[in-house]
Design a protein around this ligand. Structure first.
Ligand SMILES: [Fe+2]
Ligand SMILES: [Fe+2]
Length: 186
C-alpha cells in the first residue's frame, strides 16, 4: 500500500473513534455515571494511535518532505496549519486528562471540561482529517517528485512493519468501544 493510502485508512479508524467519543460524551451529558476506564482507553487510543502512530508519521515522513521541497505554500499550510492543529489536539487531550482527575476528586463542574475538551478534539480532528484527505495529501501526490514519493512510501511501509502491534492493539480498543457505544453496529 502506498503511504497516502495507509494514512487515508488511518483517518477512517480515527474518525470511527471520534464518533465513539461523541456518544460517550452524550451519555455523560444525559446524566449517566462516568466510566473512567473507557475515557482512559480513548486517551490511550488518541495518544498512541492518532498521535504517536499517525501524526508522527505525517510529521516525520511526509510533511517534512513537503516543507523541504514545495516552497512557501507548503511551509504555510504545514507549519502554520497542520502542525498547529496537531498541537491543539495534544492540548485538548491533556486538558481532558486533567478534567477527569478533577471530576474523580469530586469537582462536579469538571464534567463540563471533560465534555468540552473531548468534543473540541472531535471537531478539530474531523476538520483536520477532511483537509488532509481532500487537499494536503493530494497536494503532496501532485507536487512531490516520483523519487521523493517513493522514499515516503518505503519509510511509511517500514514504519508500519515495525509497529504492527500498535495498530492491532488500538483497533481492538476501537472495536471494543464501538460494540459498547455505537448501537448501529450491535
Ligand atoms: Fe495531521
Ligand atoms: Fe492525518
Amino acid at each position: 500500500m502506498n503511504a497516502i493510502d495507509i494514512m487515508n485508512e488511518e483517518h477512517k479508524y480515527i474518525t470511527r473513534m471520534l464518533k465513539v467519543i461523541r456518544k460517550v460524551c452524550f451519555k455523560l451529558m444525559e446524566g449517566e455515571n462516568i466510566n473512567y476506564d473507557d475515557f482512559y482507553l480513548i486517551i490511550d487510543f488518541v495518544k498512541n494511535y492518532a498521535d504517536s502512530h499517525h501524526h508522527k508519521k505525517e510529521e516525520k515522513i511526509l510533511f517534512n518532505r513537503m516543507v523541504d521541497n514545495l516552497g512557501d505554500l507548503a511551509n504555510k499550510v504545514i507549519n502554520h496549519g497542520m502542525l498547529v492543529e496537531h498541537d491543539y489536539g495534544r492540548l485538548y487531550m491533556r486538558n481532558l486528562g486533567i478534567a477527569l482527575e478533577k471530576l474523580k476528586n469530586g469537582d462536579k463542574e469538571a464534567k463540563l471540561d471533560v465534555i468540552a475538551n473531548a468534543i473540541s478534539y472531535t471537531n478539530l480532528l474531523e476538520r483536520h482529517i477532511d483537509k488532509e484527505d481532500r487537499v494536503i495529501y493530494k497536494f503532496a501526490e501532485r507536487e512531490l517528485s516520483k523519487e521523493i514519493l517513493e522514499i515516503v512510501d518505503i519509510e511509511c511501509n517500514n514504519y508500519e512493519d515495525n509497529n504492527i502491534e500498535v495498530k492491532e492493539k488500538n483497533i481492538a480498543i476501537l472495536e471494543s468501544l464501538e460494540r459498547k457505544y455505537i448501537k448501529e453496529i450491535l
